[in-house]
Ligand binder design. Structure first.
Ligand SMILES: Nc1ncnc2c1ncn2[C@@H]1O[C@H](COP(=O)(O)OP(=O)(O)OP(=O)(O)O)[C@@H](O)[C@H]1O
Ligand SMILES: [Mg+2]
Length: 288
């Protein structure tokens, strides 16, 4: 599987100009709000005119389509096993957001094979050329394939809550990815914060731990409050950022989206300074 991960990275190198940015939304502990965040983050990115595709990597147990109140006839697995084309498994969400469902109601973990992995790479290439952002909602269970994917994306958005177990698990997850790729861009946010202070304490602790123990600087995106509109919007099956545009959480999310996009613009303004691309180049030259 290592060779496949390298292959994935090399392919991502090939046409590096104007490629969409790949982002994985992860957490250590499950159930911290990844799917709701991914859904609303991509909806908000789409609302400001970005071309975005959201991919539910929780294969067999995905819930992105449920959060959108859609029954989808096809999902990522149908594409991976070769039964459908990538276009056939893409559906339109709010604000022209495109999404690929992970499918739901399947028990057990999907058995990945090389063919599926190659098809994932092909989809990746196509999407990178056609979208500004490819966002992966990583789901709860990690497999070696999803971990390979994590190591290959440009950006990692890590979600934690203020609970000590969530914080330590978020740290372990970042450490795991960092050891695979020390140049990875990490963006951290605290979800379900009961106060601004609780949120900033949480993110500061993690930022400090990364800096002190791994000498790794990460970007803090801020925090999102514990807010009943999340539950209400899940029930209504409409993203909270659409159903409750004036809610505190929606305003905070918009700020996060604008700081996220501005950070990237700054990075892209500096040619040859993109550590991700440099790393890819190194990998590539070592292989050829
Ligand atoms: N900011 C918030 N305020 C209140 N409730 C929230 C908030 N964020 C998420 N929730 C609730 O937390 C629960 C879990 O959310 P979600 O499914 O997005 O988590 P997840 O990290 O994707 O879970 P999994 O690891 O199982 O994929 C949901 O019931 C959701 O309504
Ligand atoms: Mg989820």
């Amino acid at each position: 599987m290592r060779d496949q991960a390298e292959e994935l990275r090399m392919r991502m190198l090939r046409s590096q100009q104007k490629l969409g940015r790949s982002i994985a939304v992860v957490s250590g502990k499950g159930g911290v709000g990844k799917s709701n965040f991914s859904m609303n983050f991509t909806t908000t990115l789409s609302a400001i005119g970005k071309k975005v595709v959201l991919i539910d990597m929780d294969i067999g147990m995905g819930n992105i389509h449920i959060l959108l109140g859609k029954t989808v006839p096809t999902n990522l697995k149908d594409y991976l096993v070769g039964e459908k084309t990538i276009e056939e498994v893409m559906f339109e969400g709010p604000n022209n957001l495109q999404y690929i469902s992970g499918g739901s109601g399947l028990s057990g973990v999907m058995e990945w094979n090389d063919k599926m992995f190659n098809r994932l790479i092909e989809a990746f290439e196509y999407l990178q050329k056609n979208y500004d952002y490819i966002v992966f909602d990583m789901g709860a269970g990690a497999t070696s394939q999803t971990l390979d994917l994590l190591v290959s994306v440009d950006d990692i958005i890590v979600i934690t809550t203020a609970e000590p177990t969530s914080i330590t698990d978020a740290y372990s997850m970042m450490k795991f990815i960092y050891f695979k790729d020390p140049d990875k861009n990490f963006f951290l946010l605290c979800n379900r914060a009961f106060s601004e202070e609780e949120g900033s304490d949480t993110t500061s602790r993690l930022k400090l731990a990364m800096s002190k123990f791994l000498s790794k600087e990460i970007v803090v995106l801020g925090s999102l409050p514990e807010d009943p509109v999340v539950r209400m919007s899940v029930k209504e099956q409409v993203p909270f950022s659409i159903l409750y545009p004036n809610a505190d959480i929606t305003k905070k999310l918009k700020q996060m989206v604008s700081s996220f996009t501005s950070i990237e613009v700054e990075e892209n303004d500096i040619p040859n300074q993109n550590t991700f691309i440099s790393r890819l180049k190194n990998l590539f030259s070592r292989r050829s």
